[in-house]
Design a protein around this ligand. Structure first.
Ligand code: NAP
Length: 284
């Protein structure tokens, strides 16, 4: 039966700039429909300089909850009433819950990454030596979650070294057990032979771009590669890693896992396993 939007329908959303590429409406609406909930999830393209107006509007309209994507994950933090410990640690919010008019910010990217690593690469992270490429919002969530999950060492490599340094300075106080270091792209080759897991948290690969200077041949044979980019099913990095004989996968599993967690924050219900990924596979 076709679902109807009624006077009682609750609105959920995703805000970003741009937002048209987002796959989240497909999987979130599939979950609402499968559960027979009177809810709808819509994309809102919010220009970078209009974020505070948008949040005021969401409050006024009583939007029940929303996801936050590039470039608003950090900027939205000061506009909310409360932040979860994960959001504070990561310094980024990707999920907002409107609890009776009070806006609470969460970060489900980090836990989503850990879930995907376990599901897709059988990788529990504990005791592992990890290299994270990138130092943006996604990398922040990743480093915080990897540290919490007991990684032995996390090394961040970023095009702009200063951004990586800022990430480390802000996260270190929250991750006292973790050996967290920053290296330049030139130093990366020295580290690769002592790496168990390589995570791409840059946007490289979305348009088919290759990494220059990343020598996958230097990784140990048992190393694993996780690419957060999920546009192409086999991103250039995933393809190169598989050709090298390494276990590798793209970021679709993380997208699903962070979306399942966001849904649970909004509704208290965890969608059935496979529901969101099946919806994504059906609608290309
Ligand atoms: P962001 O905050 O804009 O950060 C982008 C990162 O990519 C920065 O570290 C940036 O380096 C780096 N970068 C961009 N262009 C580059 C280039 N040409 N060469 C080298 N580095 C480059 O974005 P984000 O939110 O962290 O997202 C990063 C990626 O993760 C995106 O592709 C996003 O779609 C993906 N992601 C996936 C999921 C998932 O569920 N699978 C969740 C979140 C994000 P600089 O600091 O030097 O600019």
């Amino acid at each position: 039966m076709k679902e109807l939007i009624r006077g009682t329908t609750k609105i959920y959303a995703i805000i970003g700039w741009p937002v048209a590429h987002s796959r989240s409406p497909v999987m979130q609406n599939a979950a609402f429909q499968a559960l027979g909930m009177d809810c709808v999830y819509v994309p809102f393209a919010v220009e970078p300089e209009r974020l505070s107006e948008a949040v005021l509007g969401m409050r006024a309209l009583g939007v029940a909850g929303w996801n936050v994507t590039i470039p608003h994950k950090t900027g939205i933090m000061s506009l909310l009433d409360e932040l979860s410990p994960e959001a504070v640690r990561a310094g980024a919010v990707n999920t907002v819950v409107n609890r009776g008019g009070r806006l609470i910010g969460y970060n489900t990217d980090g836990t989503g990454l850990l879930t995907a690593l376990l599901r897709d690469l059988d990788c529990s992270v504990k005791g592992e030596r990890v290299v994270v490429l990138g130092a943006g919002g996604a990398a922040r969530g990743a480093v915080a979650a990897l540290g919490e999950a007991g990684a032995a060492r996390v090394t961040v490599v970023n095009r702009t070294l200063e951004t990586a340094r800022r990430l480390a300075d802000e996260l270190r106080p929250h991750l006292s057990e973790l050996e967290l270091e920053i290296v330049s792209s030139e130093e990366l080759s020295r580290l690769l032979p002592q790496t168990d897991l390589l995570v791409n948290a840059t946007s490289l690969g979305l348009k088919g771009e290759e990494f220059s200077g990343l020598e996958l041949a230097l990784l140990p044979d048992a190393a694993k590669v996780y690419d957060m980019v999920y546009g192409p099913r086999e991103t250039p990095l995933v393809l190169a890693a598989r050709q090298r004989g390494l276990a590798a996968c793209n970021g679709l599993g993380m997208l699903v896992a962070q979306g399942e967690l966001a849904f649970c924050h909004w509704t208290g219900i965890t969608p059935a396993p496979g529901l969101m990924s099946t919806a994504l596979a059906e609608v290309r």
